[in-house]
Design a protein around this ligand. Structure first.
Ligand SMILES: Cc1cc2nc3c(=O)[nH]c(=O)nc-3n(C[C@H](O)[C@H](O)[C@H](O)COP(=O)(O)O)c2cc1C
Length: 354
């Protein structure tokens, strides 16, 4: 068993949490993940300015469901002065942790000197950490999400360590490290040996690892090979909240089981029920839920067949019938119930923007 993962005063009952996933990790996804064992989940990254600007987006960001705890709010921006006020708004809305994004590799974000771009500018990055820590004043823990540098140059690595050490010295509670460079985006593997090196470097300071966690077996391997206290599931938990229970099973020495068709139907129905009021009606919720529903098809006994059908989802009234037909109990017997390491989810969201 790994050491317990603590984010400041928040001690989590398990090491595997749900990552911030732009376009995906809304309250519906988080609550379904929690129902399946995720002990902590993050909202998708939000711009400091969007948190501060009145409107529908702000209302959505600040709507924290009482059952959705502990939850992290993740901020991105380029100007330290906005960051403090945005962090305070997140805390007032009920977020239990404020996370700062120094990892997003999307070109538009980099062009505005946000996200991963800040790994090139330790002074500004650390000024942002200072501002958030001051604004939050110890009310909730502050954490940081980083990639392993902007690119592969020695200078980028030096800047990475300046930010890592500076953030820890200033008092952040944990750091999540996705050991790809910003330039690398998603091409090539996540460099776990670098994560192991950082873990040794920071000693007992809580580090969460990210990257290429497409099965519960990969999660156990990352914990074992790198020594991190926690991991954040990202692409590997979209359409697959079951992974959180599978991780608990493996950690307890039990076999990890594939979800049954009934469990998949129930998870999708729960996701739909939660998404409809959040997005203000079935029509508006459908595009957000559809992406998840298609991803559930990956864990179907006949994934290609399932995908062909699930992509036909166009109208809200089709959803439950289509899901009932695709995730029919008759598929349960086709593959063995016990999950094997080769059953990992695909990484076909690799080109998605964060
Ligand atoms: C569609 C998508 C959206 C993402 N959104 C965010 C985000 O909002 N904040 C963040 O810190 N990381 C974000 N990430 C990065 C993931 O949290 C994670 O670090 C990365 O995908 C590596 O993990 P994986 O290889 O297991 O997917 C996103 C990744 C993807 C694929």
């Amino acid at each position: 068993m790994p050491r317990p993962l603590a984010i400041g005063p928040i001690v989590l009952p398990g090491p595997a949490v749900q990552a911030a996933l732009s376009g995906y990790s809304d309250p519906a996804m988080r609550l379904v993940a929690r129902a399946h064992g995720a002990p902590y989940a993050l909202h998708e990254v939000v711009l400091d300015t969007n948190v501060l600007q009145k409107g529908k987006l702000q209302r959505r960001i600040l709507a924290v469901d009482p059952k959705d705890h502990p939850v992290g709010g993740q901020l991105m921006g380029s100007d330290p002065t906005h960051f403090g006020a945005a962090a305070q708004k997140l805390v007032a809305a009920g977020y239990d942790v404020v996370d700062i994004n120094f990892g997003c590799p999307v070109n538009k974000v980099l062009g505005r000197r946000r996200g991963g771009w800040l790994l090139q500018d330790p002074d500004t990055a650390l000024a942002m950490v200072d501002t958030v820590l001051q604004a939050v004043g110890g009310e909730v823990p502050v954490t940081v999400k980083m990639r392993r540098g902007f690119d592969d140059s020695p200078e980028a690595e030096r800047r990475f360590f300046t930010i890592l050490e500076g953030a820890i010295a200033r008092g952040v509670a944990a750091i999540t490290l996705h050991p790809r460079t910003v330039q690398q985006k998603y091409v090539g593997p996540s460099r776990w040996p670098f994560l192991a090196r950082c873990k040794r470097h920071v000693g007992s300071f809580p580090l969460l690892g990210s990257g290429d966690l497409f099965s519960p077996f990969a999660v156990l391997a990352m914990l074992r090979e790198t020594g991190v206290e926690g991991v954040t599931l990202a692409r590997g938990c979209i359409g697959n909240p079951f992974v959180f229970g599978q991780i608990q099973d493996l950690l307890a020495g039990r076999p990890a089981l594939r979800p049954t068709a009934a469990q998949q139907r129930a998870a999708i129905a729960q996701h739909w029920q939660l998404a409809v009021p959040y997005y203000g009606g079935e029509e508006k919720a459908l595009p957000h839920v559809r992406m998840h529903v298609i991803k559930y098809g990956q864990f179907h006994a006949e994934p290609l067949w399932a995908r062909e059908r699930l992509v036909q989802l166009r109208r809200p009234e089709q959803l439950l019938d289509l899901v009932g037909t695709v995730f029919d109990d008759r598929f349960d017997g086709i593959r063995p119930r016990e999950l094997r390491p080769e059953d990992a989810a695909g990484s076909d969201l690799a080109s998605c923007s964060e």
